[in-house]
Structures are given as structure tokens and as C-alpha cells.
Design a protein around this ligand. Sequence first.
Ligand SMILES: C[S@@+](CC[C@H](N)C(=O)[O-])C[C@H]1O[C@@H](n2cnc3c(N)ncnc32)[C@H](O)[C@@H]1O
Length: 130
Amino acid sequence: MPYAGDPYPSSHPGHLATVATLSGLSPTPVERCRVLELGCARGGNLIPMAVGLPGSRFFGIDSSPGQVAAARSVIDDLGLENIAVEVRSILDVDPEFGTFDYIICHGTYSWVADDVRDKILEICARNLAP
Ligand SMILES: C[S@@+](CC[C@H](N)C(=O)[O-])C[C@H]1O[C@@H](n2cnc3c(N)ncnc32)[C@H](O)[C@@H]1O
């Protein structure tokens, strides 16, 4: 079933960068960062970020072709060039996938099998830029 995706402010890079800064880290400025969302559904969370941060790059994956098609339709309608979404399983993400400054996974960890949960944590360990 299609998932009614919404924007989640707590997953926005601006929020994550603020928390990181308060924790003593030096996060990549959100105005020019790379963001990966695992389980992006139809882009309800990621697309607004891409609109608000035109100097940053956003990449979303979801295993549902229908939801990815719906996301692409909105991206095309808005003419956004800083975001891409792809039909891909979280299980198929490997180190060659590249690194990202922020990795988001909202509303997915609790809903997937143990092997996918382990993979989500592995991706955060291997695909998160220093
Ligand atoms: C409950 S929805 C959450 C969607 C969105 N992140 C949100 O919070 O609104 C979970 C999403 O994870 C996707 N998903 C489940 N297992 C997956 C997998 N192995 N690889 C990629 N996406 C997966 C589903 O298709 C669905 O869109």
C-alpha cells in the first residue's frame, strides 16, 4: 500500500546539524551537503528538503516501484535537479554506493526484518562521510 509520507522536521539536516554541533561535532554545512534517505517512500520527507536546500544533493531509495514513481512525478513537476530517487532495496546498498553527510531512515527500522535492520546500521557505519 502507498505510504502517506510527510515532512519530518526532526530528520531535516538543519536539525541534525544543530544536534551535532551542540554535541561538539563539526557537521557539513547543510547548504552544501549530501543526504541519503533509506525508505524514502514517495518523497514526502526528502522532496521538501531538496526544495529548501537547492545547493545540496538528495538521494532516496525505496523498494516500492509505485512509491518511487510517485516521487519522481512530483520531482519532475517541480523541476528539481538536486534530488534523485531509485527503486533499490536497503539490502543492496554497499560501500560503492558512495558516502553521504547525513543519512536519514525515518519510520522504517521498526518495520523491517532483522537482516534489513542490521544492514541499516551497517550503511550508517560505512556510507556516512567522516
Ligand atoms: C513505514 S514506511 C516509512 C516511509 C517514510 N520514511 C516515512 O517515514 O514517511 C517504510 C518504507 O520503507 C520501505 N522499505 C521497506 N523495506 C525496504 C527495503 N528492504 N529496502 C528499501 N525500502 C524498504 C517501504 O517501501 C516503505 O516505503
